[in-house]
Design a binder for this molecule. Sequence first.
Ligand code: RFL
Ligand code: PHB
Length: 401
Amino acid sequence: MRHTTVGIIGAGPAGLLLARLLQRCGIDCVVLESRDRAYAENRQRAGILEQGTIDVLRACGAGERMDREGLVHDGIELRFNRRAHRVNFPALASGRRVMVYAQTEVVKDLIRLQLDGGAPLFFEAKVTSVTGADTEHPTIHYTHQGRTHTLTCDYVVGCDGFHGVTRDAVPSAVRSTYERTYPYSWLGILADAPPSCDELIYAHSPRGFALHSMRSIQVSRLYLQVPNGTDAAEWSDERIWDELDARFAIDGDWKLQRGPITAKSVLPMRSHVTEPMRYGRVFLAGDAAHIVPPTGAKGLNLAVADVVVLARAFAHWHETGSGELLDAYSDTCLRRVWRAEHFSYFMTTTLHTDPQHNPFETRLQLAQLERIASSPTAAAELAENYTGFPLEGPPSLIDRV
Ligand code: RFL
Ligand code: PHB
């Protein structure tokens, strides 16, 4: 049997960044990840980093490649009624901007740092359960290389995503779940085609929502709203490009660059919050505690915000013996989580075509989009939410490390 101060379950962005921050505060930890390294590094997911996320990655030594290869964006474009409207972030959100740098790359950078002298990180170590959440030493049970193991901890942090097992350590009698599913999904593609725009385009169209994002100056990432239950195989490459062309169409000059499609997948849209995010000596962080639909680009950024709050609380406990900030963790995080849940819901329901909607509701969506396009106050509300609110904790945490 092994012991560590903080047992971390999951090597996604939340688990890896937490391990990095704890190590820099002198707190020992072990990270257990069920998948192999290649799988963890290549899972296609988020693409947009908020200002606060960029700052934390830089401050903890994981920003070098991001600063070289990431693309800084000062706004997004909204398209509706065949017209394009730019939302200027720095002008509306106190100089804040975002960066296009894929989650796959953030994870690769953090794994490299971790394996290069960081805390122990075990791949293909599948956690089966967490017991003793309300005791002094919660225990993680896992399998690794065909054998079962236990790891006793002072604290356990579940960073094991939406399908993880740590949530089950919180008894159902004290756990509340808030959920919404949406009546549409996204078909996402990666294409070897230079982006057809300098900034992301969010398009509302009578044929459904479309998003133009990117991974680099050579690779485009695009999404189409599709009905739930869609099989990606139903969509030939030509059908995808034709549909993207139709949804992004505006009056005036604009051309969508086509290229070979290298990946195609369908993603469901869901909102979910589990409260509280702590029970006894077990904490939940990132997607293990909350999910947002991807329209607001918030999921990865929320995961980062959680672990920054948690690392600061562990640092305070380690230095002073006080559990005061650990006690406040759940409430502190949930304030940001619910703001992001609202923003993601707002972006999703304003931009997608709901199959249940009648023309009245479509007119309401267009009135809202028109308001954002014509009022700096309404546009500032979007810009502030999209670029993210300042993180609680990093200055003091990072000063110390
Ligand atoms: P992750 O990334 O899901 O990592 C969880 C890790 O835990 C492991 N695991 C286990 N390990 C051991 N034992 C077990 N029993 C385990 N069970 C699970 C898993 O293998 C995995 O490695 O959660 P984390 O760290 O909380 O990070 C959250 C983000 O991944 C997620 O919120 C974002 O990807 C969401 N998201 C976006 N977020 C943004 O901030 N900006 C975006 O632009 C953005 N775009 C997106 C997105 C998510 C998308 N999908 C696929 C839903 C775009 C898409 C298409
Ligand atoms: C992405 O690049 O994958 C991406 C960007 C913005 C979103 C969602 C996904 O809102």
